[in-house]
Design a protein around this ligand. Structure first.
Ligand code: 6PG
Length: 471
């Protein structure tokens, strides 16, 4: 029996779709799942008639693969990944390659790359984005590890990936855990844009009094613009338009408590550790945390009264609600800017040598945050790979300058009407802070020196100073 080109461990929906994708590109495959009944039902169902066989145990799985073996693990991040690595390692031979396609914490990947490479195996930590459909039809993939390990799977990944006008949505990200780090930041941006669009929905519903179909029409319009055309706007339109069995808007029946699997939290933790400013992403995470306090919120609603103002101008739906659209555009730009900035800082700190234009390029297709803006982001970082912040690139600065007053109007109106807009307001504050040459942190410095002699620098001369402040 000829040996298979590619092996997959973990027949969850992502695993199933990725192996079907690989097989459809000409890579005969073998699959293994902890429970064999799952393997059997896959082979009798979606895997039927495909060049895919099933293994009973890990030894059988490894034996069915050609060398050097290329094995993709699509299993739960954390201890389950370590357990599978420990179970399969005794059967592996020099040069065999394990690829972790789950949403692993990048430091775990860093540790695993070191361990596996020291045993003469290859190890790739690969972010995979695009959900179930992307996995089947072409995801965006962010592989990190040694260059040699990447090269061993490059041709496979390039065929499996989503394709955009300038190539496949996969590239070598960098050493160690860099692939999973970049995927984590991708998810942080994903959290931010999801929350920005949810705030826009809330304003359309509560201030505009609009129905699902009316909101869907506005989103459909936004999705045709260069600034907002994106997968997340596209699916927001679908969520707004979809009806429940009783004919009402399904969105209104969904419980307003958002869960999370960890990547948004890791983005914020990394940013805090690295001293990167990501307030829009943090606001989206905090939005999920507060949303989970459903019972407390319901109780507080009966005690804490909001302002009496009930409405303000968020725009005319027949014109695409320009003030609201501007607010969403600036906040979305700011969200990408914060993610890119975090990656730039992390790249220097962790010696990842991240290629920012390439990362923007592989996010243009397949992944959840794919959008037309990414072409502009790619161009901005191609023009200046060390661009300190996306918002000072000429095209993005022009967008911010044209639209900032509308973001301010929407945030001010929402504040007066008592509607929470944490991502929109964080984005506004971020821009206002970033564009202010003199911030009030001189007073922070003065206070620190006053109570703790922490010293300060001056704007008018070099050196380190202390004042004997009058008690
Ligand atoms: C993707 C997604 C995916 C992620 C989910 C859930 O790029 O395909 O980022 O990997 O796991 O979106 O994330 P949360 O449950 O944390 O929202």
């Amino acid at each position: 029996m000829s040996k298979a080109h590619f092996g997959l461990i973990g027949l969850g929906v992502m695993g199933e779709n990725l192996v079907l994708n690989a097989e459809s590109k000409g890579f005969s495959s073998v699959v293994y799942n902890r429970t064999y009944s799952k393997t059997e039902s896959f082979l009798k169902g979606r895997g039927l008639g495909r060049d895919i066989s099933g293994a009973i145990d890990l030894q059988d799985f490894v034996n069915r693969l050609e060398r050097p073996r290329r094995i993709l693990m699509m299993i739960k991040a954390g201890s389950a990944t370590d357990a599978v690595i420990d179970q399969i390692s005794p059967f592996l031979e020099e040069g065999d390659l394990l690829i972790d396609g789950g949403n692993s914490e990048f430091r775990d990947t860093e540790r695993r790359v070191k361990k596996l490479e020291s045993q003469s195996f290859g190890y790739i930590g690969m972010g995979v984005s695009g959900g179930a459909k992307g996995a089947l039809e072409g995801p965006s993939m962010m592989p990190g590890g040694t260059k040699a390990s990447y090269e061993a799977i490059e041709s496979l990944l390039k065929k499996m990936a989503a394709q955009v006008e300038d190539g496949p949505c996969v590239t070598y990200i960098g050493p160690g855990g860099s692939g999973h780090f970049v995927k984590t930041v991708h998810n942080g941006i994903e959290y931010g844009i999801e929350q920005i669009l949810s705030e826009a929905y809330d304003l359309m519903r509560r201030i505009g009094g609009m129905t699902g179909s009316e909101m869907a029409d506005v989103l459909g319009h936004w999705n045709k613009t260069e600034e907002l055309s994106s997968y997340l706007v596209e699916i927001t339109e679908i969520c707004m338009r979809t009806k429940d069995t009783d004919g009402g808007d399904i969105i209104e029946k969904i419980m307003d408590k958002a869960g999370q699997k960890g990547t948004g939290l890791w983005t914020v933790l990394s940013a805090l550790e690295l001293g990167a400013s990501v307030p829009t992403i943090y606001a989206s995470l905090n939005g999920r945390v507060l949303s989970s306090l459903k019972e407390e919120r319901l109780f507080a609603e009966s005690i804490l009264k909001g302002p009496s103002i009930k409405t303000f101008d968020i725009g005319d739906p027949s014109e695409g609600m320009i003030p609201l659209m501007d607010a969403v555009i600036v906040s979305t730009i700011v969200c990408y800017a914060q993610g890119m900035e975090l990656m730039r800082i992390a790249s220097n700190e962790y010696n990842y040598s991240l290629n920012m234009p390439s990362i923007a390029q592989i996010w243009k297709g397949g992944c959840i945050i794919r959008s037309r803006l990414l072409k502009r982001i790619q161009e901005a970082f191609s023009a200046d790979p060390q661009l300190p912040n996306l918002v000072i690139d000429p095209w993005f600065a022009d967008q911010v300058n044209k639209r900032l007053s509308n973001l301010a109007n929407v945030v001010a109106g929402a504040a007066q009407a008592g509607v929470p807009v944490p991502c929109l307001s964080s984005s506004l504050d971020y821009i206002n802070s970033y564009r202010t040459g003199r911030l009030p942190q001189n007073l922070v410095q003065a206070m620190r020196d006053c109570f703790g002699s922490h010293t300060y620098q001056r704007v008018d001369k070099e050196g380190v100073f202390h004042t004997d402040w009058i008690d």
